[in-house]
Design a protein around this ligand. Structure first.
Ligand code: CTP
Length: 402
């Protein structure tokens, strides 16, 4: 087992659902409590068919939640308080049914409502019959949940309650505790670090109504901000206009142009910055002669030209700052060569290269396929995964560098 003290004083919400393996959740609740965690158990209705609240209450010395609408409860919206204050939500054992409900965002009992209301890490230890596990419906639900950042521990292969043997057996309690400890360590590895992240495509005005911009959606930068927040970092997100909701927990600095982004990034880095991740697609050109009014068409002229000048290079402007610098290289050809060149030229610690010409990754989609290059010459190719998963990989690397 990893260090036990990471669990000390951690607030763990343990959701127990109706699988025969739920008797093992008693041992899990007990061991987590013994390791110093405050364990709030939520039992679903079907879990209560197998085990009673009083068992968990006796072990955790805390109230056990069995109902979304408990008239006796001190806090009328108990599940929201739990969802907000938890360091982690652990669903163990998790049935096929709860995975389906999590995928669709149900909130029809205390556990699903808590899961929907939380921004804390969610860990799931499934237990079910092997055909239910292998079913495409379950596998598709799991794929979606993993993309959203839910972590899975198990199941394993072995004896099943049905009498047979196969994949779907609840992972051992000790392995689940190790998994929880590792994830908790990971979720605090950027504590007290100030990470500055830029996102979105800057907009450079030509006149009062027109801008030069690009197709960046901001999704990768926002995913990075969420990943950094969930690992305990103080995050400043300097963002060009996007259609995305503000990521909870980050300080948001909204800008339009490359020059404004330079100022936003510089101010944030000067405020005890530890790292800068430039995920923004900064426009390379701005108008040399911006018009205050809308430029009108001229009768008889079919063409018009605008004189452009280069915007400041934000990463280069940061080259003297003693921080970790991570850039992105959006390329349509010669991915590795161009990215390596940018890594050197911009004096970066790491660069994340992505081919933006492919339809399934890069600009404006939820997935990304990237290659991470660092200044020591290492090269890591990641498969097509969600932008949140890419963000998590980058945070792992950043955490090593810091
Ligand atoms: N970048 C920056 N300031 C700029 C332009 C880009 O800091 N004015 C950053 C981007 O945020 C990214 C990295 O530099 O992290 C590479 O950006 P990219 O657009 O791929 O490259 P450019 O430097 O603009 O070079 P080119 O357009 O010639 O590919």
């Amino acid at each position: 087992m990893a260090e036990i003290d990471i669990l000390e004083n951690k607030r763990i919400v343990l959701g127990v659902t109706g699988s025969i393996a739920c008797y093992k959740a008693i041992d899990l609740a007990s061991k987590l409590t013994q390791a110093g965690a405050n364990v709030d158990v939520i039992l679903t209705r079907s879990a209560q068919e197998f085990i009673s609240a009083i068992t968990f209450r006796s072990l955790t010395h805390r109230k056990v939640i069995t109902d979304l609408f408990d008239a006796e409860s001190e806090d009328p919206i108990e599940h929201i308080a739990l969802a907000k204050n938890a360091d982690m939500i652990v669903v163990a054992p998790a049935t096929a049914n709860i995975l389906a409900k999590m995928k669709y965002g149900f909130a029809d009992d205390a556990l699903t409502a808590t899961i929907l209301a939380t921004t804390s890490p969610i860990v799931v230890a499934p237990a079910m019959e092997s055909n239910m596990w292998a079913n495409n419906a379950t596998q598709e639900n799991i794929t979606t949940l993993i993309k959203r950042g839910v972590k899975f521990i198990g199941p394993v292969e072995g004896h099943l309650a049905s009498g047979g043997s196969g994949y779907g057996r609840f992972e051992s309690v000790d392995s689940i505790i190790s998994g929880i400890q590792n994830i908790l360590e990971q979720t605090t590895d950027l504590k007290e670090k100030h990470i500055v992240i830029s996102a979105g495509g800057t907009q450079e005005p030509i006149d009062a109504v027109r801008v030069i911009t690009n197709r960046s959606s901001g999704k990768q930068g926002y995913a990075l901000a969420s990943a950094a927040v969930s690992r305990g970092a103080r995050v400043t997100l300097v963002t060009a206009p996007t259609a995305l909701p503000d990521p909870p927990g980050a300080t948001i600095v909204k800008i339009n142009t490359a020059r404004e982004m330079l100022k936003g990034v510089t101010d944030a880095v000067k405020d005890n910055g530890d790292a800068l991740i430039m995920a923004a697609a900064v426009a390379d050109w701005e108008s040399d002669n911006q018009s205050k009014n809308k430029i009108k068409k001229t009768a008889g002229e079919n063409t018009m030209s605008i004189s452009l000048k280069q915007t400041p290079d934000i990463l280069k402007a940061m080259s003297d700052e003693k921080i970790i610098k991570i850039g992105f290289a959006a390329e349509t050809e010669n991915l590795i060569e161009n990215a390596t060149e940018k890594l050197k030229e911009k004096k970066l610690d790491m660069i994340v290269a992505n081919d933006v010409s492919s339809k399934d990754s890069g600009f404006n989609v939820d997935n990304n396929r990237v290659v991470i290059l660092d200044k020591k010459g290492s090269k890591t190719e990641l498969p097509l995964i969600s932008k949140l998963q890419v963000a998590d990989h980058i945070m792992d690397r950043l955490s090593e560098l810091l």
